[in-house]
Design a protein around this ligand. Sequence first.
Ligand code: DQQ
Length: 517
Amino acid sequence: MSFTRRNFIMQSGLGAASILTRMRRAAAEKRGDQDALQKQLTADPQRPQYHFLPPANWMNDPNGPLFWKGSYHLFYQHNPNGAYWGDMHWGHARSKDLVHWEHLRMALAPTPRGPDKDGCFSGSAFVNDGVPTLVYTGVFPEVQCLATSDDAMIRWKKFECNPVLDAPPAGLQVTGFRDPTIWKEADSWLMTVGSGFKGQGGAVLLYGSKDLTHWTYLHTLLTASPFEEKTHAAHAVRYDAVAVGDMWECPDFLPLAQKHCLLVSTQGRVYYFTGSYSHQKFQRESAGLVDGSDLYYAAKSFLGQGGRRILWGWLREARTEAAQRQAGWAGVMSLPRVLSLGPEDSLQIDPIPELRMLRGKHFEFGGSEVSSLLPIEEIRGGTVEIRLKAELRDARQVGLKVRQSPDAAEETTIAYDTATQNLVLDTRRSSLTPDASRRVYTTPLKLRAGEPLELTIFVDCSVVEIFANRRANLTGRIYPSRLDANGIGVIVSGGRSRINSIEIHEMLPISQDRLTT
Ligand code: DQQ
């Protein structure tokens, strides 16, 4: 007998009326839960106002960003069941301006008994002969799959012969095999897959294909080398390949000016390698960090309107898992960052100029010497963009306090430390609640003699994103408990500094209800 609702009712021995009543009640409860959750999210002061978020629940990696037929598409790893990692789906949203978003139906969900039955993990989007196509990883075991859609990109159909790659290359003992990226060169398709070798480090595997369905393993595009500081613990009780750097996740390979750039995520950080690429071989020449914080991960780029290379990253939470579940949401998308090639083939990173459309009330001053804390009374707020340009002079530290309560019981400090040549984000006093982590984040920033410090800081409720001198980034999460923790001030210690200019803009929300759309 087939399993229909009618058969189920007949077999269960319960009266049809009573079963239907129960089903209706369950549906109503679910609707009620959703309404209650939406109300909770709308009223949550920690929920960012101008960063992209899913409507509720868990989000991690950005997946398959694509500019197609006049719209920006963003997919992301999403658990629709709660604010915790698991049951990986691909959430989907669309935007005309990279700032305001419209949530769309889920793009990918695990297919029972399919190669992605245990989750649709990270991957990429590309266009094949006019057809938008996704490539992603199915897990247990890790395999690579395809899905396509029509122009609207709303309904995705999985390729019936999935998986197109059902195992890592024969003879290679790899630590993982996931997060594919596909692009075309002449009449061949190329695909990178994140991988690595136990005890040796991460690797990116390169494959080639003529038809997207039959793939040949070519060679490693790059393997780890002594640049990466590794804490090799292949013998540890619980060996974690990503934690020790033996597995490179989410590789992204992109042309940048006359060079190429490879991004990989491992050991909680996103690394970049720039170098030369020809005949399917990559020669790394320069390397660095995309962001100094381990709260920024799984970065993924795409080609935007006007040929700009735009990067998304996942911002993790920095509070307990219990607090995340209770909040009903976890994970934020970074602001979109524009990549370009800087001096000595370093990666130059700027916030997208489109964010300026969110600027509201504004305040600026400049040209004063400062040697202590200078509170800025004219403007306060938990959603601001701050631009500071300062000559360091003989100061030890120059920077800002943000989200400061009037009694300074809660405050977050962002500073450049001239002695250590580090950019510092100090969240030890950011929150009085015990759920929030209290840490000092640092990243190296060497200023040339006489070079002014140039900070652009975005504060958005619980998010802080810092861009320094176009070559250092630091991201943090803060959870001030007090609604009056909104003060801003310039801070100079250990000497005097000249503040050439400071500009503060209130940032407008991208939706009326913190639900993004
Ligand atoms: N997250 C995905 C994986 C990827 C990892 C699973 C990186 O595909 O390797 O949610 O955060």
